[in-house]
Design a protein around this ligand. Structure first.
Ligand code: GLU
Length: 343
């Protein structure tokens, strides 16, 4: 499968990207605002990709919607385009539910019970479970996200749902609500996820029964967010677990780095390697068109545009983030020689 990123390479001026190599801080608010407007203009007319249609209600999304937000760990928030438009969080929820469960159970337990290696197969692969002898493999594919949801604490389905909803709301800094239409549409066409949950259960690796686990996972995917919410959620992971807008400590610094490490290997489905190679930061995408990307210690970029590549990643979202990574000096792997080191 071709990456949609590399054919957009010419948009990053290599000199500017080098000058903006990570200094440990984001550029000024003014420079960030200018970069957001520039990149929004640059990709406004990009019509690459296709809106997801395997969940009926997702096919109704307006493909022209396009919003970008950037949240700084210092608390400033910049947005451009359709930044208030609500959409279902879908797979982006996996990152944050994993963080909440890691916070409850700890680094080693989640690694043992869920795993952190990529599968190289699509997000909803049944074959991946079979090939890996019942291992859910990682929290960002559906098998791993179901295994993660099954570990949510609580004595009843309602309590476990509240744990997830409340936890994701704390990441976002506002009360998030279920999109009932998305939930109903997804619940009615969820046979594949039900099958994955049952298969995991047959291997004895699902902590709760498959039906309530699938329902909890479907609910978490149906939470309504806007691109600003995603940026604040990502910035909480960039900020050692403290929401930079509310000051609420949501998870520990160790949980943030666990989550970002898991995203680095598998946040963009089977294109995660291409993503890390081009963008140089952990990110998580979802089939409704959202992508959240985290620059640890600096902030988070969120993009929303419903047209997807064949793996399920927003096309404009990838291109925008690639541009901003270079323009704002966010690539974690970029460096320049130390002044005293010669060269
Ligand atoms: N709820 C969707 C599913 O399980 C999420 C997929 C995604 O965003 O990757 O199929």
């Amino acid at each position: 499968m071709e990456s949609v990123i590399h054919d957009a390479e010419d948009i990053v001026d290599p000199k500017a990207a080098q000058a903006a190599v990570s200094t440990g801080r984001l550029p000024s608010d003014e420079a960030v605002r200018a970069a957001l407007s520039r990149v929004h203009r640059r990709f406004r007319d990009d019509r690459g990709g296709k809106v997801a249609d395997y969940i009926p209600v997702l096919a109704e999304a307006d493909p022209e919607l396009f919003g970008i937000a950037l949240a700084h760990v210092g608390g400033s928030l910049h947005a451009v385009g359709d930044a208030e438009h609500l959409f279902s969080i879908q797979s982006v929820s996996k990152a944050f539910v994993f963080a909440l469960v890691d916070q409850e159970l700890g680094h080693h337990t989640v690694r043992r019970r869920i795993g952190v290696n990529s599968t190289g197969l699509p997000f909803d692969s049944v074959l991946a479970v079979e090939l890996n002898h019942g291992s859910p493999m990682n929290p960002m594919v559906n098998a791993g996200a179901l295994a993660t949801a099954a570990l949510a604490p609580g004595d009843s389905p309602e309590e476990r749902w509240e744990f997830v909803r409340r936890g994701l709301s704390r990441f976002a800094g506002r009360e998030l609500r279920l999109d009932q239409r998305v939930y109903a549409s997804e619940a009615a066409t969820n046979q594949r996820n039900e099958s994955i949950a049952r298969l995991l259960d047959s291997y004895g690796v699902l902590a709760r029964d498959p039906a309530t686990t699938t329902d909890l996972y479907t609910r978490q995917c149906s939470l309504a967010v806007c691109v600003r919410d995603l940026a604040v959620m990502g910035a909480t992971l960039a900020n050692g677990g403290v929401n930079p807008l509310t000051g609420d400590r949501v998870v520990s610094p160790g949980v943030c780095r666990d989550t970002l490490a898991a995203l680095a290997t598998s946040g963009l489905y089977e294109r995660s390697g291409d993503w890390l190679y081009e963008v140089g930061m952990p990110g998580k995408s979802g089939v409704s068109g959202g992508i959240v990307t985290v620059a640890p210690g600096k902030g988070s970029i969120a993009a929303f545009s419903p047209r997807l590549d064949p793996a399920g990643n927003s096309v404009r979202g990838q291109r925008v983030t690639h541009y901003l990574s270079g323009a704002l000096g966010l690539d974690l792997f970029a460096s320049t020689p130390h002044p005293g080191s010669g060269g």
